[in-house]
Design a protein around this ligand. Sequence first.
Ligand SMILES: Nc1ncnc2c1ncn2[C@@H]1O[C@H](COP(=O)(O)OP(=O)(O)O)[C@@H](O)[C@H]1O
Ligand SMILES: NC(=O)c1ccc[n+]([C@@H]2O[C@H](COP(=O)(O)O)[C@@H](O)[C@H]2O)c1
Length: 222
Amino acid sequence: MKHIVGIGGVTNSGKTTLTSSLLRSLPNCCVIHQDDFFKPQDQIAVGEDGFKQWDVLESLDMEAMLSTVRAWASSPHKFARAHGVSMQPDAANTHILLLEGFLLYSYKPLVDLYSRRYFLTVPYEECKRRRSTRSYEVPDPPGLFDGHVWPMYQKYKREMEASGVEVVYLDGTKSREQLFHQVLEDIRNLLLNSVAGRGQGPAGAQGPMRHAGHRKAQTGAA
Ligand SMILES: Nc1ncnc2c1ncn2[C@@H]1O[C@H](COP(=O)(O)OP(=O)(O)O)[C@@H](O)[C@H]1O
Ligand SMILES: NC(=O)c1ccc[n+]([C@@H]2O[C@H](COP(=O)(O)O)[C@@H](O)[C@H]2O)c1
């Protein structure tokens, strides 16, 4: 069974941290980071506000990301080998792909491929504080967070909610351990249910996620 699991949400909400822990704990698990698909700096548009528009879908090569997802879906064994992931013999029929990124659920060709879509949130003040300590390949110019990053986050989140995409919200102010155990247990249940034939829809090449209506799932997060 193949499962694509999204670890999405706002910048600095803990997506990469959570993803790294899951990667170590789930069987036959590979990862694709959306940040690896940013276009080169000279292809990033400058907005009327004077800021380079990093936080829009057009700043990412989503076609390339989709191709990478398809490569995993068509041959997860080969993909795992190429990425140094050794297969666990006692879980040989289970393949998990974690997609990690800040704009995972806004790109239509990918949105139905997930078995689960997690969405980490943190409040404005905490997000701004964490972001101010972070250094990206291209450093944030003064005012970028309030002028571009946070407004774009709000815009895409509003659009995601309006389109009825089903996500599981996670409270990014919980401890790293709490988040890890909450999500690990949820994914393990997902795997058990899919083995029992009662679970979410299969991922990737096997077809789209089945929706029990476009309802938002909550697992005890804010
Ligand atoms: N649950 C958490 N509680 C407090 N700080 C966290 C938590 N998870 C991650 N962090 C910290 O927040 C910052 C951003 O984490 P990161 O995982 O890189 O976020 P993202 O991938 O969403 O941008 C890092 O300094 C990280 O150590
Ligand atoms: N990786 C890069 O090349 C790069 C460059 C400029 C900004 N960023 C920032 O990366 C953020 C998304 O990544 P995180 O969710 O890991 O913070 C965006 O808010 C964007 O402003 C990344």
